[in-house]
Design a protein around this ligand. Structure first.
Ligand code: FES
Ligand code: FES
Length: 158
């Protein structure tokens, strides 16, 4: 089965066997920010953006990706500087082992693109599907508040 889609700003053509998930494809393509965690939509370690919404790549079959826009954390590395969310995570010490961090950042990026509320409750809700065993969420939420409130003030990207 041949699928065409946009991956991190590049048009790609993928050959995938029926039943292949987007997570399996991305890991095979060495897109290492996307983590293989529970494989059941529970942990959020495989979070990617699909048409600007955060989704669990382990639950997405490749044939449904045809014509879509997929973004992973690697898409941020084309910028000269760290993305503001990355900067604030770094500044707050919000990553420990880091396994959950790419997924958290993409969930927060999706929230920012929705242009919704940026209060603590909304941020905690956006991170609801991203399990973290290390941080207790206090520092990630603080980092997210710093970035998203700044973004809503300036009207720019997070
Ligand atoms: S690996 Fe996809 S949600 Fe856990
Ligand atoms: S920083 Fe270790 S799981 Fe979140």
């Amino acid at each position: 089965m041949t699928i065409q889609f946009e991956l991190n700003g590049r048009l790609v053509e993928a050959n995938a066997a029926p039943g292949t998930t987007l997570l399996e494809y991305l890991r095979d393509e060495e897109v290492h920010s996307v983590k293989h965690g529970c494989d059941h939509g529970e942990c959020g370690a495989c979070t990617v953006l699909m048409d600007n919404k955060s989704v669990n790549a382990c639950l997405i079959l490749m044939y449904t990706v045809n014509g879509r826009k997929i973004e992973t954390l690697e898409s941020f590395s084309t910028h000269k500087e760290l993305h503001p969310l990355q900067k604030d995570f770094l500044h707050e010490g919000a990553a420990q082992c880091g396994f959950c961090t790419p997924g958290m950042i993409l969930s927060l990026e999706a929230l920012d693109r929705e242009d919704g509320a940026t209060d603590e409750a909304t941020i905690r809700d956006a991170l609801n599907g991203n399990l973290c065993r290390c941080t207790g969420y206090v520092k990630p939420v603080k980092a997210a508040l710093a970035t998203l409130q700044q973004s809503s003030r300036t009207g720019g990207d997070a």
